[in-house]
Design a protein around this ligand. Structure first.
Ligand code: NAD
Ligand code: GLY
Length: 367
Protein backbone atom coordinates (compact mmCIF):
# COMPACT_ATOMS: atom_id res chain seq x y z
CA UNK A 1 0.00 0.00 0.00
CA UNK A 2 1.59 3.35 -0.96
CA UNK A 3 1.91 5.62 2.06
CA UNK A 4 3.47 9.08 1.92
CA UNK A 5 7.06 8.93 3.24
CA UNK A 6 6.45 11.33 6.11
CA UNK A 7 3.96 8.97 7.72
CA UNK A 8 5.10 6.32 10.13
CA UNK A 9 3.51 2.94 10.24
CA UNK A 10 3.10 0.25 12.89
CA UNK A 11 1.84 -3.18 11.86
CA UNK A 12 -0.39 -5.25 14.07
CA UNK A 13 -0.26 -8.97 13.44
CA UNK A 14 -3.53 -10.86 13.54
CA UNK A 15 -2.84 -13.25 10.65
CA UNK A 16 -5.34 -12.58 7.87
CA UNK A 17 -6.89 -9.81 10.01
CA UNK A 18 -3.60 -7.89 10.34
CA UNK A 19 -3.71 -4.16 9.76
CA UNK A 20 -1.64 -0.99 9.72
CA UNK A 21 -1.62 1.90 12.13
CA UNK A 22 -0.58 5.02 10.22
CA UNK A 23 0.83 7.91 12.23
CA UNK A 24 1.37 11.36 10.76
CA UNK A 25 -0.09 14.80 10.19
CA UNK A 26 -2.82 15.40 7.62
CA UNK A 27 -3.76 11.74 7.21
CA UNK A 28 -7.51 12.06 7.41
CA UNK A 29 -7.74 14.49 4.53
CA UNK A 30 -5.41 12.47 2.29
CA UNK A 31 -7.21 9.98 -0.03
CA UNK A 32 -3.99 7.92 -0.12
CA UNK A 33 -4.47 7.03 3.55
CA UNK A 34 -7.44 4.89 2.52
CA UNK A 35 -5.85 3.01 -0.38
CA UNK A 36 -6.27 -0.73 -0.18
CA UNK A 37 -9.31 -0.55 2.11
CA UNK A 38 -12.62 -2.12 1.06
CA UNK A 39 -14.63 -0.10 -1.42
CA UNK A 40 -18.41 -0.16 -1.11
CA UNK A 41 -21.43 1.73 -2.36
CA UNK A 42 -21.86 3.32 1.03
CA UNK A 43 -19.65 4.60 3.81
CA UNK A 44 -20.88 5.92 7.15
CA UNK A 45 -18.81 8.37 9.18
CA UNK A 46 -19.77 8.09 12.84
CA UNK A 47 -18.60 11.09 14.81
CA UNK A 48 -19.94 13.40 17.49
CA UNK A 49 -21.24 16.94 17.77
CA UNK A 50 -17.84 18.29 18.90
CA UNK A 51 -15.56 16.57 16.40
CA UNK A 52 -17.84 16.80 13.38
CA UNK A 53 -17.48 20.57 12.79
CA UNK A 54 -13.70 20.23 13.10
CA UNK A 55 -12.82 17.27 10.89
CA UNK A 56 -15.85 15.62 9.29
CA UNK A 57 -15.83 17.64 6.05
CA UNK A 58 -12.14 16.88 5.40
CA UNK A 59 -12.66 13.17 5.99
CA UNK A 60 -15.78 13.11 3.87
CA UNK A 61 -13.95 14.83 0.99
CA UNK A 62 -11.09 12.32 1.22
CA UNK A 63 -13.60 9.45 0.98
CA UNK A 64 -15.59 10.91 -1.91
CA UNK A 65 -13.87 8.76 -4.53
CA UNK A 66 -14.29 5.54 -2.54
CA UNK A 67 -18.06 5.39 -2.04
CA UNK A 68 -21.07 6.49 -4.07
CA UNK A 69 -22.56 7.87 -0.88
CA UNK A 70 -20.85 8.89 2.35
CA UNK A 71 -23.37 9.40 5.14
CA UNK A 72 -22.63 11.07 8.45
CA UNK A 73 -24.03 10.35 11.89
CA UNK A 74 -23.32 12.77 14.74
CA UNK A 75 -23.65 11.22 18.17
CA UNK A 76 -24.11 13.27 21.33
CA UNK A 77 -20.74 13.92 22.98
CA UNK A 78 -19.73 12.25 26.20
CA UNK A 79 -19.05 9.07 28.14
CA UNK A 80 -22.59 9.27 29.53
CA UNK A 81 -23.86 8.51 26.00
CA UNK A 82 -21.80 5.35 25.57
CA UNK A 83 -24.94 3.28 25.97
CA UNK A 84 -27.54 1.13 24.22
CA UNK A 85 -29.62 4.09 23.11
CA UNK A 86 -26.76 5.80 21.30
CA UNK A 87 -25.51 2.50 19.89
CA UNK A 88 -28.97 1.84 18.55
CA UNK A 89 -28.93 5.19 16.74
CA UNK A 90 -26.02 3.84 14.65
CA UNK A 91 -28.13 0.82 13.65
CA UNK A 92 -31.07 3.18 12.91
CA UNK A 93 -28.83 5.16 10.59
CA UNK A 94 -27.44 2.08 8.83
CA UNK A 95 -30.87 0.52 8.33
CA UNK A 96 -32.39 3.88 7.39
CA UNK A 97 -29.85 4.24 4.58
CA UNK A 98 -30.28 0.66 3.42
CA UNK A 99 -26.65 -0.10 4.28
CA UNK A 100 -25.52 -3.55 3.13
CA UNK A 101 -22.89 -5.85 4.62
CA UNK A 102 -20.10 -4.22 2.60
CA UNK A 103 -20.78 -0.76 3.99
CA UNK A 104 -17.68 0.68 5.66
CA UNK A 105 -17.96 2.51 8.98
CA UNK A 106 -15.45 5.25 9.87
CA UNK A 107 -15.08 6.11 13.56
CA UNK A 108 -14.04 9.77 13.70
CA UNK A 109 -13.48 10.91 17.28
CA UNK A 110 -12.16 9.80 20.63
CA UNK A 111 -12.45 6.49 22.41
CA UNK A 112 -16.18 6.84 23.03
CA UNK A 113 -16.98 7.16 19.31
CA UNK A 114 -14.40 4.49 18.46
CA UNK A 115 -15.66 1.93 20.96
CA UNK A 116 -19.29 2.40 19.94
CA UNK A 117 -18.65 2.45 16.20
CA UNK A 118 -16.52 -0.67 16.53
CA UNK A 119 -19.28 -2.46 18.42
CA UNK A 120 -21.84 -1.37 15.81
CA UNK A 121 -19.51 -2.65 13.05
CA UNK A 122 -19.09 -5.96 14.89
CA UNK A 123 -22.86 -6.43 15.19
CA UNK A 124 -24.47 -4.91 12.10
CA UNK A 125 -25.33 -7.80 9.78
CA UNK A 126 -22.92 -9.82 12.00
CA UNK A 127 -19.96 -7.72 10.95
CA UNK A 128 -19.08 -4.95 8.50
CA UNK A 129 -15.65 -3.37 7.91
CA UNK A 130 -14.62 -0.34 9.94
CA UNK A 131 -11.75 2.10 10.09
CA UNK A 132 -10.58 3.93 13.18
CA UNK A 133 -9.77 7.64 12.77
CA UNK A 134 -8.91 8.55 16.37
CA UNK A 135 -8.75 12.26 17.21
CA UNK A 136 -7.77 12.19 20.90
CA UNK A 137 -4.35 11.29 22.26
CA UNK A 138 -5.97 8.56 24.35
CA UNK A 139 -7.63 7.02 21.32
CA UNK A 140 -4.45 7.24 19.23
CA UNK A 141 -2.27 5.52 21.81
CA UNK A 142 -4.75 2.98 23.09
CA UNK A 143 -8.45 2.64 22.36
CA UNK A 144 -8.36 2.60 18.54
CA UNK A 145 -5.80 -0.22 18.50
CA UNK A 146 -6.49 -3.86 19.32
CA UNK A 147 -10.18 -4.33 18.64
CA UNK A 148 -11.84 -3.91 22.03
CA UNK A 149 -15.28 -2.41 21.42
CA UNK A 150 -17.98 -1.79 24.00
CA UNK A 151 -20.68 0.26 25.61
CA UNK A 152 -21.13 0.89 29.34
CA UNK A 153 -23.81 -0.62 31.58
CA UNK A 154 -25.02 1.33 34.62
CA UNK A 155 -23.54 -1.46 36.76
CA UNK A 156 -20.16 -1.60 35.07
CA UNK A 157 -17.89 0.05 32.55
CA UNK A 158 -17.42 -1.45 29.07
CA UNK A 159 -19.41 -4.50 30.15
CA UNK A 160 -21.22 -5.10 26.86
CA UNK A 161 -19.05 -5.45 23.78
CA UNK A 162 -17.03 -7.54 21.37
CA UNK A 163 -13.49 -8.07 20.14
CA UNK A 164 -13.57 -6.83 16.57
CA UNK A 165 -10.58 -5.52 14.66
CA UNK A 166 -10.62 -2.45 12.42
CA UNK A 167 -9.24 -2.57 8.89
CA UNK A 168 -6.87 0.31 9.57
CA UNK A 169 -6.10 2.97 12.18
CA UNK A 170 -5.27 6.49 11.06
CA UNK A 171 -3.64 8.54 13.81
CA UNK A 172 -3.69 12.06 12.42
CA UNK A 173 -1.49 14.01 14.82
CA UNK A 174 -2.76 17.34 13.46
CA UNK A 175 -6.13 16.70 15.10
CA UNK A 176 -4.50 16.88 18.53
CA UNK A 177 -4.01 20.64 18.09
CA UNK A 178 -7.66 21.26 18.97
CA UNK A 179 -7.82 18.89 21.92
CA UNK A 180 -8.59 20.63 25.25
CA UNK A 181 -5.70 20.50 27.77
CA UNK A 182 -7.66 18.28 30.17
CA UNK A 183 -8.12 15.71 27.39
CA UNK A 184 -4.40 15.84 26.56
CA UNK A 185 -3.63 14.99 30.17
CA UNK A 186 -6.12 12.14 30.06
CA UNK A 187 -4.33 10.74 27.02
CA UNK A 188 -0.96 11.07 28.73
CA UNK A 189 -2.18 8.67 31.42
CA UNK A 190 -2.39 5.87 28.84
CA UNK A 191 1.01 6.85 27.39
CA UNK A 192 2.62 6.75 30.84
CA UNK A 193 1.02 3.34 31.48
CA UNK A 194 3.27 1.63 28.91
CA UNK A 195 6.43 2.59 30.83
CA UNK A 196 5.93 0.83 34.19
CA UNK A 197 4.34 -2.26 32.64
CA UNK A 198 6.77 -2.84 29.77
CA UNK A 199 9.40 -0.28 28.87
CA UNK A 200 11.48 1.63 31.42
CA UNK A 201 13.43 3.40 28.65
CA UNK A 202 10.10 4.79 27.43
CA UNK A 203 9.30 5.87 31.00
CA UNK A 204 12.62 7.78 31.09
CA UNK A 205 11.78 9.32 27.72
CA UNK A 206 8.32 10.44 28.88
CA UNK A 207 9.79 12.06 31.98
CA UNK A 208 12.36 13.92 29.85
CA UNK A 209 9.82 14.97 27.22
CA UNK A 210 6.71 15.67 29.27
CA UNK A 211 6.88 19.42 28.64
CA UNK A 212 7.25 18.86 24.89
CA UNK A 213 4.25 16.50 24.94
CA UNK A 214 2.11 18.96 26.87
CA UNK A 215 3.19 21.66 24.38
CA UNK A 216 2.16 19.26 21.58
CA UNK A 217 5.50 19.38 19.81
CA UNK A 218 4.98 17.26 16.69
CA UNK A 219 8.17 15.17 17.03
CA UNK A 220 7.42 14.35 20.67
CA UNK A 221 3.80 13.44 19.88
CA UNK A 222 4.87 11.27 16.94
CA UNK A 223 7.31 9.33 19.13
CA UNK A 224 4.82 8.91 21.99
CA UNK A 225 2.06 7.67 19.68
CA UNK A 226 4.38 5.36 17.73
CA UNK A 227 6.04 3.77 20.78
CA UNK A 228 2.67 3.35 22.53
CA UNK A 229 1.19 1.70 19.44
CA UNK A 230 4.25 -0.55 19.07
CA UNK A 231 3.89 -1.79 22.64
CA UNK A 232 0.14 -2.22 22.33
CA UNK A 233 0.55 -4.06 19.01
CA UNK A 234 3.17 -6.36 20.55
CA UNK A 235 0.92 -7.25 23.48
CA UNK A 236 -2.42 -7.66 21.72
CA UNK A 237 -0.78 -9.46 18.78
CA UNK A 238 0.11 -12.22 21.27
CA UNK A 239 -3.17 -12.21 23.18
CA UNK A 240 -6.05 -10.71 21.21
CA UNK A 241 -8.82 -11.86 23.57
CA UNK A 242 -7.09 -11.23 26.87
CA UNK A 243 -6.53 -14.83 27.88
CA UNK A 244 -3.58 -13.57 29.93
CA UNK A 245 -0.89 -11.12 28.81
CA UNK A 246 -3.22 -8.42 27.43
CA UNK A 247 -4.58 -7.75 30.90
CA UNK A 248 -1.35 -5.89 31.77
CA UNK A 249 -2.66 -3.05 29.58
CA UNK A 250 -5.24 -2.54 32.31
CA UNK A 251 -2.69 -1.31 34.85
CA UNK A 252 -4.57 1.20 37.01
CA UNK A 253 -7.90 0.36 35.39
CA UNK A 254 -9.43 -1.76 38.18
CA UNK A 255 -9.26 1.18 40.57
CA UNK A 256 -9.93 3.61 37.70
CA UNK A 257 -13.09 1.92 36.47
CA UNK A 258 -14.42 1.92 40.05
CA UNK A 259 -13.84 5.68 40.18
CA UNK A 260 -15.62 6.21 36.86
CA UNK A 261 -18.64 4.05 37.73
CA UNK A 262 -18.76 5.22 41.33
CA UNK A 263 -18.78 8.93 40.49
CA UNK A 264 -21.04 8.51 37.46
CA UNK A 265 -19.68 8.22 33.91
CA UNK A 266 -18.16 11.45 32.68
CA UNK A 267 -17.51 13.06 36.08
CA UNK A 268 -13.83 12.13 35.88
CA UNK A 269 -12.39 11.49 32.44
CA UNK A 270 -11.36 7.91 31.74
CA UNK A 271 -7.69 8.93 31.56
CA UNK A 272 -7.94 10.84 34.84
CA UNK A 273 -9.38 7.79 36.58
CA UNK A 274 -6.65 5.60 35.05
CA UNK A 275 -3.93 8.05 36.11
CA UNK A 276 -5.13 8.03 39.71
CA UNK A 277 -5.76 4.28 39.49
CA UNK A 278 -2.11 3.75 38.52
CA UNK A 279 -1.00 5.49 41.72
CA UNK A 280 -3.25 3.13 43.69
CA UNK A 281 -2.07 0.07 41.74
CA UNK A 282 1.55 1.12 42.30
CA UNK A 283 0.93 1.43 46.04
CA UNK A 284 -0.65 -2.03 46.04
CA UNK A 285 2.36 -3.35 44.10
CA UNK A 286 4.66 -1.90 46.75
CA UNK A 287 2.72 -3.57 49.54
CA UNK A 288 2.92 -6.86 47.62
CA UNK A 289 6.70 -6.48 47.35
CA UNK A 290 7.07 -5.86 43.61
CA UNK A 291 8.42 -2.31 43.71
CA UNK A 292 9.83 0.06 46.30
CA UNK A 293 8.46 3.33 47.62
CA UNK A 294 10.84 5.34 45.43
CA UNK A 295 9.28 3.88 42.27
CA UNK A 296 5.77 4.62 43.57
CA UNK A 297 6.84 8.21 44.19
CA UNK A 298 8.45 8.46 40.76
CA UNK A 299 5.23 7.35 39.05
CA UNK A 300 3.09 9.57 41.26
CA UNK A 301 5.24 12.61 40.44
CA UNK A 302 5.01 11.95 36.70
CA UNK A 303 1.24 11.40 36.78
CA UNK A 304 0.77 14.61 38.75
CA UNK A 305 3.10 16.54 36.42
CA UNK A 306 0.98 15.34 33.50
CA UNK A 307 -1.96 17.21 35.05
CA UNK A 308 -3.75 14.16 36.42
CA UNK A 309 -5.34 13.59 39.83
CA UNK A 310 -3.31 11.40 42.18
CA UNK A 311 -5.79 11.03 45.07
CA UNK A 312 -8.91 8.95 44.71
CA UNK A 313 -12.34 10.38 45.39
CA UNK A 314 -14.09 9.64 48.69
CA UNK A 315 -16.31 6.76 47.58
CA UNK A 316 -15.64 4.74 50.74
CA UNK A 317 -13.71 1.48 50.83
CA UNK A 318 -16.79 -0.77 50.73
CA UNK A 319 -18.12 0.96 47.63
CA UNK A 320 -14.71 0.69 45.92
CA UNK A 321 -14.60 -3.03 46.70
CA UNK A 322 -18.16 -3.56 45.51
CA UNK A 323 -17.44 -1.75 42.23
CA UNK A 324 -14.14 -3.54 41.66
CA UNK A 325 -15.79 -6.95 42.04
CA UNK A 326 -17.71 -6.18 38.82
CA UNK A 327 -14.41 -5.76 36.94
CA UNK A 328 -14.00 -8.13 33.97
CA UNK A 329 -10.81 -9.58 35.47
CA UNK A 330 -12.66 -10.75 38.61
CA UNK A 331 -12.91 -14.50 39.01
CA UNK A 332 -15.54 -16.11 41.27
CA UNK A 333 -15.99 -12.79 43.06
CA UNK A 334 -12.25 -12.33 43.69
CA UNK A 335 -10.89 -9.00 42.51
CA UNK A 336 -7.75 -9.39 40.40
CA UNK A 337 -5.38 -6.47 39.96
CA UNK A 338 -2.67 -5.65 37.47
CA UNK A 339 0.35 -5.09 39.69
CA UNK A 340 4.04 -4.48 39.05
CA UNK A 341 6.16 -7.45 40.07
CA UNK A 342 9.21 -5.30 39.22
CA UNK A 343 9.65 -1.90 37.56
CA UNK A 344 8.88 -2.51 33.88
CA UNK A 345 7.04 -5.79 34.45
CA UNK A 346 3.38 -6.44 35.28
CA UNK A 347 1.21 -9.39 36.14
CA UNK A 348 -2.36 -10.07 37.27
CA UNK A 349 -3.05 -11.36 40.76
CA UNK A 350 -5.43 -11.14 43.70
CA UNK A 351 -4.70 -9.28 46.92
CA UNK A 352 -6.12 -9.60 50.43
CA UNK A 353 -9.14 -7.30 50.99
CA UNK A 354 -7.42 -5.93 54.10
CA UNK A 355 -4.44 -4.81 52.01
CA UNK A 356 -6.69 -3.23 49.39
CA UNK A 357 -8.49 -1.36 52.18
CA UNK A 358 -5.11 -0.05 53.39
CA UNK A 359 -4.28 1.12 49.86
CA UNK A 360 -7.63 2.87 49.58
CA UNK A 361 -7.12 4.54 52.96
CA UNK A 362 -3.65 5.72 51.91
CA UNK A 363 -4.58 6.89 48.40
CA UNK A 364 -8.14 8.30 48.64
CA UNK A 365 -9.77 11.31 50.19
CA UNK A 366 -11.46 10.30 53.46
CA UNK A 367 -15.12 9.27 53.03
P1 NAD B 1 -13.82 10.87 24.37
O1 NAD B 1 -14.07 10.00 23.23
O2 NAD B 1 -14.96 11.22 25.25
O3 NAD B 1 -13.16 12.21 23.83
C1 NAD B 1 -12.80 13.20 24.74
C2 NAD B 1 -13.42 14.58 24.39
O4 NAD B 1 -12.63 15.19 23.39
C3 NAD B 1 -14.83 14.52 23.86
O5 NAD B 1 -15.55 15.63 24.33
C4 NAD B 1 -14.62 14.63 22.35
O6 NAD B 1 -15.74 15.15 21.67
C5 NAD B 1 -13.47 15.59 22.30
N1 NAD B 1 -12.61 15.52 21.12
C6 NAD B 1 -12.22 14.40 20.46
N2 NAD B 1 -11.30 14.71 19.54
C7 NAD B 1 -11.13 16.05 19.61
C8 NAD B 1 -10.29 16.96 18.92
N3 NAD B 1 -9.38 16.53 18.02
N4 NAD B 1 -10.39 18.27 19.22
C9 NAD B 1 -11.24 18.70 20.18
N5 NAD B 1 -12.04 17.89 20.89
C10 NAD B 1 -11.97 16.57 20.61
O7 NAD B 1 -12.69 10.26 25.34
P2 NAD B 1 -11.33 9.50 25.06
O8 NAD B 1 -10.47 9.87 26.19
O9 NAD B 1 -10.85 9.68 23.70
O10 NAD B 1 -11.75 7.96 25.20
C11 NAD B 1 -12.24 7.46 26.40
C12 NAD B 1 -13.02 6.21 26.10
O11 NAD B 1 -12.18 5.24 25.51
C13 NAD B 1 -13.64 5.57 27.32
O12 NAD B 1 -14.96 5.23 27.06
C14 NAD B 1 -12.81 4.33 27.54
O13 NAD B 1 -13.51 3.29 28.14
C15 NAD B 1 -12.41 3.99 26.13
N6 NAD B 1 -11.20 3.19 26.03
C16 NAD B 1 -11.24 2.09 25.26
C17 NAD B 1 -10.11 1.34 25.08
C18 NAD B 1 -10.12 0.16 24.15
O14 NAD B 1 -9.15 -0.58 24.13
N7 NAD B 1 -11.15 0.00 23.35
C19 NAD B 1 -8.90 1.71 25.70
C20 NAD B 1 -8.90 2.86 26.49
C21 NAD B 1 -10.06 3.60 26.64
N1 GLY C 1 -6.94 -0.75 26.85
C1 GLY C 1 -6.67 -2.09 27.23
C2 GLY C 1 -6.73 -3.06 26.12
O1 GLY C 1 -6.92 -2.70 24.98
O2 GLY C 1 -6.62 -4.23 26.35
Amino acid sequence: MPVPASHERVEIDFGDRSYSILIGSGLLQDPQSFEGLPRAAQGLIVTNTTVSPLYMAALRAALAGRHEQVHVLELPDGEAYKDWKTLNSIFDSLLGHGADRKTVLYALGGGVVGDMTGFAAASYMRGVPFVQVPTTLLAQVDSSVGGKTAINHPLGKNMIGAFYQPQRVLCDLATLKTLPPREMSAGLAEVIKYGPIHDLDFLDWIEENLDALVAREPAALAHAVRRSCEIKALVVGQDEREAGLRAILNFGHTFGHAIESGLGYGEWLHGEAVGCGMVMAAELSRRLGGIDGAFVQRLTRLIEAAGLPVRGPALGAERYLELMRVDKKSEAGEIRFVVLDAPGSAKVRGAPDAMVREVLAACCEPA
